[in-house]
Each structure stands twice: as C-alpha cells, then as structure tokens.
Ligand binder design. Structure first.
Ligand SMILES: Nc1ncnc2c1ncn2[C@@H]1O[C@H](COP(=O)(O)OP(=O)(O)O)[C@@H](O)[C@H]1O
Ligand SMILES: [Mg+2]
Length: 225
C-alpha cells in the first residue's frame, strides 16, 4: 500500500557534536493514509514541533527519510523541495502570521500569488464557506478576532489545495469554545476536501476525534491507536 506520507527511522539532533546536543527525535517511523485525520500528542518538549517541521520540509532530519507518495522528499533538488512545500503541504501554526497591511483575502491568496498561480475559484469559495469567513474577505487582520484570524490562516494554508495539512497546536492561543469551533471547522473542511490532517494538540477531547492518535515521549513513538 502506498501512503500519502511516511517517515522511516527519522532522527533529529540539534547542535549535534556539541555539549548542547539535543536528541529531539530518536527514530520515528510513521505511515499516514490519504484522507485520514491524525492527532499527535505528548508532553511539551517531546519533539512534536520538530516532527511537524520535518514532515512539512521546513527543517531537515539528521537521519532517516520522509516519503511522500512514494518519493523521498529530501532526495529532491532544492527547487523541487520548495515546490513540494508550496503545493503539497498546508501549514497552520499557533501564531496566525497574517500580514497586517493586507486584507484577509489578500493574505489567503498570497502563497498562490508568490507561486505565480491563480486560485481555483470554486474550491476557494467552498473553503471560505466551510470556514465561515466568506463575509470577512475584505477585513484587515486587526479587525478580526483571534478565532477569525486563525480561520483566515487555515484558508491560506489550504488555498494551494495541499494534499496534507499540518497544524501545530493551531488553537493554543484561543479560548476553549473558540478553539473547539475552529478545530471542528478545520476537521470538516479537510474531510470534505479529502485532505490528510495531522494535528498536534494537548486537548484529549480533540485528540479522541481523530482517526489515529500518535503519542510521542522523549522523541520516540510510544503508542499509535
Ligand atoms: N532550534 C532548536 N535548537 C535546539 N534545540 C531545540 C530547537 N528546537 C527544539 N529544540 C529542543 O528539542 C526538543 C523538542 O522540541 P519541540 O520539537 O519543540 O517539542 P514540542 O513541540 O513537543 O514541545 C526540546 O528539548 C527542545 O528544547
Ligand atoms: Mg511544539
């Protein structure tokens, strides 16, 4: 069976060869199926963000590999790697990282424009509708609540129709109700669009809704259920 994304014995050591060396990942092998929803849980400092950054090719592993649709991600040229990041991966961070001097819609379309592409209008309309931000297109980030800003950031992550959406504690800055609402919309949206969602959360109620829960402890997988 071919997986949309797979890691093989992934290791990451920060400051390797120095006294400050940190083994953040100690051999992570995981398989992600297309269209499924995965939750990654584990204590602060266990390596969740490091794993997410490597899955999204924002950082490189010290050892091991990431395979996307049968191809070794880090075996690609730098140009191909950048294209992979732009076209296959949507990244949602805890901080929204919206450009303040641009409207919501401009923010959403920015990655596509930087890639010299036009949006798929039908897809975009559907995404904005599902995230309940159609009416906010012309607002500036300062005119939006935290939850609204994060939904705009989610739409931006999805604009390029990525196969995989990576979300690293995306609602860590929101109150519990807004957090739940935002995650429900995120989950429904990726489901409708057939995307694979990998979500880091420390909320066990939210993790319980995922198809698969992956628990990490000190850089190792301790449970997949
Ligand atoms: N850029 C970095 N340089 C050095 N150490 C880092 C860096 N990023 C993370 N770490 C360390 O790697 C370990 C895992 O961190 P991280 O992946 O951020 O964990 P989590 O997201 O689960 O809280 C921690 O010990 C952290 O201090
Ligand atoms: Mg983290």
């Amino acid at each position: 069976m071919e997986f949309i994304l797979e890691t093989r014995n992934l290791k990451k050591t920060y400051n390797a060869g120095t006294v400050q060396a940190v083994e953040a990942l100690r051999g992570i092998s995981l398989q992600f199926e297309k269209g499924r929803y995965y939750a990654i849980v584990g204590k602060s400092g266990c390596g969740k963000s490091t794993l997410m950054h490597i899955l999204g090719a924002l950082d490189t592993p010290t050892e091991g590999s990431v395979i996307c649709a049968g191809e070794d991600v880090f075996g690609r040229s730098r140009k191909a790697l950048a294209a992979f990041r732009r076209r296959q991966i949507g990244f949602v961070f805890q901080s929204y990282n919206l450009l303040q001097e641009h409207t919501a819609l401009e923010n959403i379309l920015m990655p596509l424009h930087l890639d010299g592409r036009d949006p798929d209008e039908d897809y975009l309309r559907r995404t904005l509708q599902m995230l309940e931000i159609e009416g906010l297109k012309n607002k500036f980030p300062s005119q939006l609540s935290g939850g609204e800003q994060q939904r705009v950031a989610i739409a931006r992550a999805m604009a390029a129709k990525p196969a995989i959406v990576l979300a690293d504690e995306p609602t860590g800055n929101l109150d519990p109700n807004t957090s739940r609402h935002t995650l429900a919309l995120l989950k429904d949206t990726v489901e409708q669009l057939g995307q694979t969602l990998i979500l880091v959360t420390h909320d066990m109620d939210i993790a319980s809704e995922a198809h698969v829960r992956i628990r990490i402890h000190q850089g190792e997988i301790v449970d997949v259920a």
